[in-house]
Each structure stands twice: as structure tokens, then as C-alpha cells.
Design a protein around this ligand. Structure first.
Ligand code: FAD
Length: 308
């Protein structure tokens, strides 16, 4: 129930005004968000690299329904990649993009616009030795997202997909995307949907995650295991061993600020670890989705509001 309220609040302009005006302390935002400027994000990328951990950087931006905000978002990613190249951090960097931020919701031609913007980012990423991963959003956008991804992969085959185990369709999507050269991030899903399209019980989402992981690990692609769940992290390791996958044939992905000791532990064992690193002033919906996932995060947030 709390989860549903928080997810609804993450989309509500009124709730956003209230929370931003009340203003949680910088401390709680900083735990999950790398800062406001590209340079802030790259400072964190540098620190992670020193610990043997890679990053995928997400520029937090409004889900714009106009061309101007889609352009602003695209330019923001291009500036990030330029700066990453200037400071020697571009090689091996990944950026995570949301098609909604790149124009998917622009009336008339939104899909073409987000494809063109994403292709521009992919082209710049390829020039500097970085890659792009297309985040998964609400279930209603999955078909459009996978269609845009297929187009992007024709010119930029390293472009990564994201699949969400809470959706009933995902095991099949894993089969379709598990081919050679395909990079697929598997997560449980930060959104909600009704029972006809989604698993609504945690145990079913977890069981689906385990099945999808099996499909991806058995396939010929590059699985990106995005979870903090100790059982799923351990299962990924066991499946990789059973399928004779080398340590650099798959990676673990965790969110910035979540289980940092586990991130270090996995990296110290020689595993590939990548941290999802959001930055930008528009932190509100991202933070609310993290609160929805875990009551302890919510408690941290409420304490921060109270102590102002
Ligand atoms: P949960 O079921 O939330 O948690 C399982 C267990 O993990 C908990 O019982 C606990 O033991 C441990 N755990 C979880 N959180 C914490 C914590 N804060 N501290 C300590 N232990 C914890 N979602 C999308 O919809 N689209 C995306 O594109 C997307 N990209 C993602 C990229 C990455 C790298 C990651 C890690 C997640 C992404 N997500 C995305 C979010 C994801 O879908 C989940 O909402 C989120 O990861 C929480 O699920 P979980 O797998 O960690 O398991």
C-alpha cells in the first residue's frame, strides 16, 4: 500500500512541490544522487574506478512532452560524454537513458524524435569508447522501447536493453534478446502494473527474476544482473559457474548508495561490478522510487524532513 502511494506521489506535480519545498536535507539526496552537474557525477565515477567499479550514469530529467526538454536532455548527455572524454573517464563508461526524457512522449512523432536523440547519444558514446543502455519504464512503453532499441542496435550493436522481471512477458523477451552481442540488464522493475500483465506478489517477481536470469546466463549475450537481493546475486554467481561463464562475461549492477559494502566485496572477488549513478537537479521522482522499494530508505527520508 505504501509502495503504491509513493509511486503515485513520484508522478504527482503537487506532491513534488510539497516535498521539494519542505526540502529533505542534502544528505539524504546525496546518498542516492551523485550531485547536480556532470562534473559531480564524474568525480564519483573516478572514485568508483579507484575501487575497480565501473559506472552507468543517468542524467535525471523530466519526462518532457515537448521538443525543447528532449533536446535539453540529449545535450546534457552529449556534454557529459564530452567532459568524460576530456577528463579521461570515457572508455568503458556507460550512460543510461530514458526514452521518455529523449522525447518519446512528444505528441506526433515522439518515437522518431527519441530514436534520433538516442542515436545521437549512441554515436557520441561510440566515438569516445562508451556505451548506452536504454532504461525500462512503465509497462505500457515496453513494446515501443524494444522497437527503438532494435533500430539503435543496427548501427550501435553494443546498446543495452533493460528487462523487468515483474512483467509476465519478460521471460519471453529474455529469450528473444539473449543472442550473441546483446547486452541485457535484468531488474525486478521499479513500477507497478495490474495482474494481467504483471506479477503482483514479491515471491512471484523473484521467481520470475530467477527464471529470466537462467535464460540470460544460458544465452550468448552479456547479462547485467541489476539487483541488491543477496539471493539473486548468489544465484547469478552459481549460474555463471554452471554455464562456464568467465567473470568478464557478465556483470553485477547496483544503485549508487545501496549496499556499498556489497559492491566492494563483489569487486574484490574479481567480478565485474557497475554502479548506476544518477545526477542532476531533478532528483524527486528517482528518490521517491527508491523510497517505494524499501521502508528503511523511507525512514531515512522522513527523518531528514523532520530534522530541517
Ligand atoms: P528488492 O526486492 O527491492 O530487495 C531484495 C533484497 O535486497 C532486500 O530484501 C534486501 O536484502 C536487499 N536490499 C534491497 N535494497 C536494499 C538497501 N537499500 N539496503 C540494503 N539491502 C537492500 N527499474 C526499472 O524499472 N527500470 C530500470 O531501467 C532500472 N534500472 C536499474 C538499474 C540498476 C543497476 C538497478 C540496481 C536497479 C534498476 N532498477 C530499474 C530498479 C529495480 O527494478 C528495483 O526496483 C530495485 O533494484 C530494487 O529491487 P532489488 O532487485 O534490489 O530487490
Amino acid at each position: 500500500m505504501i509502495r503504491g502511494v509513493l509511486l503515485a506521489a513520484s508522478r504527482s506535480a503537487r506532491a513534488r512541490e510539497l516535498v521539494v519545498a519542505t526540502g529533505p536535507t542534502r544528505r539524504v539526496v546525496d546518498r542516492f544522487v551523485a550531485g547536480e552537474r556532470p562534473a559531480d557525477a564524474l568525480d564519483v565515477v573516478r572514485g568508483l574506478a579507484a575501487d575497480g567499479i565501473a559506472a552507468t550514469v543517468d542524467r535525471l530529467g523530466e519526462s518532457g512532452v515537448d521538443l525543447a526538454s528532449a533536446r535539453e536532455s540529449t545535450d546534457g548527455y552529449l556534454a557529459l560524454l564530452d567532459l568524460a572524454e576530456d577528463v579521461g573517464l570515457a572508455a568503458g563508461l556507460d550512460v543510461s537513458v530514458k526514452l521518455s526524457a529523449l522525447g518519446r512522449l512528444v505528441p506526433y512523432g515522439g518515437l522518431k524524435i527519441c530514436y534520433e536523440n538516442a542515436a545521437e547519444i549512441c554515436a557520441r558514446a561510440a566515438e569516445v569508447g562508451a556505451t548506452v543502455t536504454v532504461d525500462a519504464e512503465e509497462h505500457t512503453s515496453v513494446d515501443a522501447g524494444l522497437a527503438v532499441l532494435a533500430d539503435l542496435r543496427r548501427d550501435f550493436p553494443a546498446t543495452g536493453a533493460v528487462l523487468q522481471s515483474y512483467l509476465r512477458r519478460t521471460e519471453n523477451d529474455c529469450r528473444r534478446l539473449a543472442g550473441a552481442g546483446s547486452r541485457v540488464r535484468l531488474c525486478k522493475g521499479a513500477y507497478r502494473a495490474a495482474g494481467d500483465v504483471a506479477f503482483t506478489r514479491r515471491a512471484d517477481v523473484d521467481a520470475s527474476y530467477a527464471r529470466c536470469l537462467g535464460v540470460l546466463m544460458t544465452g550468448e549475450g552479456y547479462p547485467m544482473v541489476a539487483t541488491h537481493d543477496p539471493r539473486m546475486l548468489a544465484l547469478a554467481g552459481r549460474l555463471a559457474d554452471a554455464r562456464d561463464r568467465d567473470r568478464d562475461d557478465f556483470e553485477y549492477q547496483l544503485l549508487h548508495g545501496v549496499r556499498p559494502h556489497e559492491q566492494l566485496r563483489l569487486a574484490s572477488l574479481g567480478a565485474q561490478v557497475r554502479v548506476y549513478l544518477p545526477y542532476g537537479p531533478d532528483w524527486y521522482p528517482y528518490l521517491l522510487r527508491r523510497m517505494a522499494e524499501r521502508p528503511a530508505n523511507l525512514a531515512l527520508f522522513l527523518r531528514a524532513l523532520r530534522t530541517r
